[in-house]
Structure formats: C-alpha cells, structure tokens
Design a protein around this ligand. Sequence first.
Ligand code: ZN
Length: 151
Amino acid sequence: MSSIGAKDKVRTGANFAIVEMGAVEDLDQYSVSKGDFLLKGKVFLREILDLTAMEVSMNKLAAGDGGRWKHCHVQNEEVYVFLDGKGQMQVDGEIFEVHSGTAVRVDVNGKRSIRNNSSDPLYYVCIQAKANSLQQCSWNDATFPKEKPEW
Ligand code: ZN
C-alpha cells in the first residue's frame, strides 16, 4: 500500500484527523520514492493528516538496511525519536548508537545517515519543522476549556 492509499482511511472532524496506519511491525507495507531513492518501511503523515506546520514519518528500518547515503535539509530541522531496536546514526561523520529512548535533533545543514546494523528491525519517528519557526509551545500554548471530557 502506498501512503496515498492510506488517505482513504482518514477520518476527520472539525478539529482533527485520525488514521490507523497498522501495527508498526507492518510498516514495511509502505514505501516512499524520489528519483533513484526508494525507502521501504517509511510513511509520511503530512499529506495523510493534512499537517500544516510539520512533516512526520513513521519508520521501520529492516535489519542490515540503511546507511547508504547522507542527506541534509534546506530549511527544516529534524528530531529522530527511536522507539525500538538498535542501530547507528551519524551526523557530520560523528557516529552514535541509537536505541529505544534515543532522541536526536539534527540542524538543517547536518549531514545525517541512519543504519540498522543489528539483526532486528529498528523503529523510529522523524519530525521535521522549519528551524526557528516555533513561537510558543507546551504550557505557554495550551488553553483549558471549562467542559469536562465526554467519556
Ligand atoms: Zn530528513
């Protein structure tokens, strides 16, 4: 299934969009491509959920996969949040081990690459947003309507 196909499974309300992408173990049903690049086990959520300020990808990197190229960005910083498995990431040639609980911010110009050098899948989420664009967040951006939750 392509990520475009997933758009058919989106349910929306006035202020939300929700999609079930399937179990993370089955993320290899998705792939993205650009030119000669084909990335298996990756799905972007921006188009599916109509995100307006960020791109988010869900990723399953198979054992032994990845690490064949580096990439940078034009205006977006990224954070990689590793959820399960083990692997390695490098930024500007500096290599670090990544595993469940590792979060890595990479600046626009950081030359990054990820590889799964283990024998099990590596799962991570990558979020990208325009560097220096965040005006406020967390408690400073939250409001609390008086109603109780409906459940
Ligand atoms: Zn990127």
